[in-house]
Design a protein. Structure first.
Ligand SMILES: [Fe+2]
Ligand SMILES: [Fe+2]
Length: 262
């Protein structure tokens, strides 16, 4: 069976406002963890969400420009600082020169190490998050610190009711398996579990994020890895998070115990 190239897909839309998944080449799994990129379009302006690593940029660029002219990409939202999120920044800056970069204030000083020129337009997102304008709309940067990064945000689009959840909701597919939407939630949850039990710092961080997102009207949860959860799956995902009882902090305690018990 050949490697499949998946075309971009409009996940949700309201009038001309659209939330788009930016396609995939399944061969990318041979180089690193598979990643999802998304784009929000409003009034002929576009925002890229976690545009991703260096080697996915060609596919991302091709699919973005099948919807909008590169000059119309006015914003890039980074959930956090990982290579699979920011690794293409030099290319993003070169090919989308009008894009303003939104990233946690914790990471702005680190991004220049990617080699990007000093005219990069960076907006520091404060710990409390806030609104990010796009065209005639605005999106909400929701704090998700320590889930997993210490300066971490998710992004809510009130018009389409999509929550871009970054690494929260990440699933790692076994070789040969891929799907865009999580239809069998119970089965899909087992592909999410190992990541969440190791990378999310602790229950307190998770509860804080849940207390915010549970006040939002969410129809779709779109993560940076794995599958998109819609309707009932999205609701079940939030419940499933509450049921987790292992976190990164447990690993910290366990390794300290091993080093100190003798
Ligand atoms: Fe990450
Ligand atoms: Fe990631």
């Amino acid at each position: 069976m050949g490697i499949r190239v998946r075309k971009p897909y409009v996940v949700a839309e309201r009038g001309s406002h659209r939330f788009v998944w930016l396609g995939l080449d399944e061969a990318e799994a041979e180089r690193g963890v598979l990643t999802n990129q998304y784009m929000v379009i409003d009034s002929d302006e576009a925002m890229l969400l976690d545009p991703g690593g260096h080697y996915v940029f060609e596919r991302v660029y091709r699919n973005v420009t099948s919807f909008v002219d590169p000059s119309r990409v006015r914003a890039v939202f980074f959930t956090h600082q990982d290579p699979d999120v920011v690794g293409s920044l030099v290319l993003v800056h070169e090919f989308f020169p009008n894009a303003r970069i939104y990233v946690s204030k914790l990471w702005t000083r680190f991004l220049p190490h990617l080699g990007v020129s000093s005219d990069l337009d960076i907006v520091e997102v404060p710990d409390e998050g806030g609104e990010i304008p796009l065209g005639g709309s605005s999106l909400l940067a929701i704090p998700a610190h320590f889930l997993h990064s210490p300066g971490n945000f998710t992004l809510y689009d009130p018009l389409t009711k999509v929550l871009f959840s970054g690494d929260i909701g990440a699933a790692v597919f076994p070789k040969g398996v891929w799907y865009l939407f999580a239809e069998d939630f119970d089965k899909h949850a087992e592909l999410m579990r190992p990541f969440h039990e190791r990378y999310l710092a602790c229950r307190e961080a998770l509860e804080a994020w849940l207390s915010i997102v549970e006040r939002l009207d969410i129809e779709v949860i779109a993560p940076q890895h794995g599958a998109i959860m819609v309707g009932d799956s999205a609701r079940r995902f939030l419940e499933w998070l509450r049921s987790l009882n292992k976190f990164g902090i447990d690993v910290v305690r366990e390794v300290a115990r091993r080093w100190t018990s003798s």
